[in-house]
Design a protein around this ligand. Sequence first.
Ligand SMILES: [Zn+2]
Length: 206
Amino acid sequence: MDFSSKLVGQAVDEVSRLPGIGKRTALRLVLHLLKQPQDQTVRLADALIKLRTQVNFCDTCHNISDAPRCEICADRNRDRQLICVVEDIRDVMAIESTGQYRGLYHVLGGKISPMDGIGPGELTIQSLVQRVEEDEVNEIIFALSSTMEGDTTNFYIYKQLEGTPVKTSTISRGISVGDELEYADEVTLGRSILHRIPFENSLKSS
Ligand SMILES: [Zn+2]
């Protein structure tokens, strides 16, 4: 695309780097921004800068957080013996919205996927093992989507925790295979956490 303004061209280039946004859509968005009152666009830019420079990840569970310790980990009313292992923060949000879970979380940051070059070292698995060893953790609940990558990741972590007294369980599958957690409705997801099954049982059935 040829632009009569280098600045417009630059903005279109940057916006089109976002997932799912081609050059045409980027141009439409940029022209939209130009039509908006200036202060509205300045607020957007300001929010984006703050997002990248000030948002932290919780030192303990790797959930997104404005402080070194997230609100969930800091909440003394939560069951600290229970850790729900999820892929990313969207899953934390989905499970929180069920209102059925009062334990803590551990955000892996993805799933083991050799095809995409993601090995165990790219995820926060070691920090989970450390939490199990150092904190009073009684049970780990696997709540990854039941894809091949999810199953591989569960099994890898399960193996890492072998020899520790921690119980491992997996959310029951009212959720069909391949469904992402964030698309499950709240009632189904809440129920699948309450009716979780020992992880060993899920191995036998597959
Ligand atoms: Zn946390």
